[in-house]
Design a protein around this ligand. Structure first.
Ligand code: SF4
Length: 134
């Protein structure tokens, strides 16, 4: 984990498209676009008391990616680790109609949704790059 410099914590929303897109985009950043620089933190484990995740977030900058303005990932990070370096809220980026829509299952996703996920991943990368440039 020595090259890892930034954590991205995605909300785990299973109830709306915003949560699904948060996870897809975060995975793409970690596995492809900024591979080796970014680790994704598991929100359920984090809330359940995962020491490694919480310690990481205390030591390294963390970017929260949330599906809607309830900002579960951001709030959990603030509560357990103290600080969020930056945050992205998909309902602000895509509009509430899209982010809160009930298209959530991977088999219901269409090309347009993958396109959205790619754009969100790019937005996350911009934030990651800003942190890395500091
Ligand atoms: S931020 Fe919104 S979409 Fe994500 S888990 Fe919380 S309520 Fe669900």
């Amino acid at each position: 984990m020595s090259d890892i410099q930034v954590g991205v914590i995605s909300c785990s929303g299973e109830e709306c498209l915003g949560g699904t897109l948060s996870r897809l985009a975060t995975r793409k950043v970690m596995e492809t676009l900024r591979k080796g620089k970014v680790v994704s933190l598991c929100l359920p484990l984090y809330i359940a008391g995962g020491d490694e995740e919480r310690e990481f977030a205390k030591e390294y900058p963390v970017i929260a990616v949330d599906g809607c303005d309830k900002c579960c990932a951001k709030r959990a990070t603030l509560k357990y680790s103290g600080e969020v370096k930056d945050a992205l809220v998909l309902s602000e980026l895509l509009g509430e109609d899209i982010a809160l829509s009930k298209v959530v299952s991977a088999r219901d996703l269409k090309e347009e949704h993958y396109h959205m996920a790619n754009n969100i991943a790019k937005e996350i990368c911009k934030k990651v790059d800003e942190v890395l440039a500091e």
